[in-house]
Design a protein around this ligand. Structure first.
Ligand code: E4P
Length: 217
């Protein structure tokens, strides 16, 4: 499973990238606002830093303007995955951008039927929002299971990119179901490394090793 970082914060991206485990980055207008930096400047910097896809989100609602925005974003780097919303205009734009060979991430997906439409429009990635789905009383992970079954039934190659990830259990379930990607905050990714038995075990080995007086180097 690929790991994307869900942020426009360069320091966090640099830290995650240094682990050698980062496969891409997703951003959205709220994350750009939080970063407090110019959109094109920050997206260009992220694309130069990471190896994998970098999602840059369009903001227009009509197909014509959205397409212009998408084409402009795609010029930043061939790593750009243009993000479009799951609307009729968004999917028309998805199809047009894919015809130009540009990666597209269809965002704000909250149903398996919407995911089916995105795959038919040739999306490179579909972003179902599990956390926001949970927030309104649904089970976000059931949505991922349904999309996996549908995509496998028809051999769609659209990658399931689990978004709105809030905690390690979302990531574990995504991996169990066979999602292709999870995009997560740096805090959630860091938690994956931690286990109290690892911490305690290390402390025990440190103590015993110090008592031996040996040195490896
Ligand atoms: C990423 O592509 C999505 O925009 C993001 O994961 C949404 O996360 P949120 O629900 O925490 O805002």
């Amino acid at each position: 499973m690929k790991f994307f970082l869900d942020t426009a914060n360069i320091d966090e991206i640099r830290e995650a990238n240094d682990t050698g485990l980062l496969d891409g980055v997703t951003t959205n207008p709220s994350l750009i606002k939080k970063a407090g930096r110019d959109f094109f400047e920050v997206i260009t910097e992220i694309a130069a830093l990471v190896d994998g896809p970098v999602s840059a989100e369009t903001v227009a609602h009509d197909h014509e303007t959205m397409l212009k925005e998408g084409l402009k974003c795609a010029k930043i780097s061939d790593k750009i995955a243009v993000k479009v919303p799951l609307t009729i205009d968004g999917l028309k734009t998805c199809k047009a951008l894919r015809a130009e060979g540009i990666m597209v991430n269809v965002t704000l997906c909250f149903s398996a039927n919407q995911a089916l439409l995105a795959a038919k429009a040739g999306a490179s990635f579909i972003s179902p929002f599990v956390g926001r789905h949970d927030d309104v009383g649904f089970n976000g992970m059931e949505l991922i299971e349904d999309i996996r079954v549908i995509y496998d039934n028809y051999g769609f190659d659209t990658e399931i990119l689990v978004a709105s990830v809030r905690h390690p259990a979302h990531i574990l379930e995504s991996a169990r179901i066979g999602a292709d990607v999870a995009t997560m905050p740096w805090d959630a990714m860091k938690k994956l490394f931690n286990h109290p038995l690892t911490t305690n075990g290390l402390a025990g080995f440190d103590k015993d090793w110090a008592a031996t007086g040996f040195s490896i180097l």
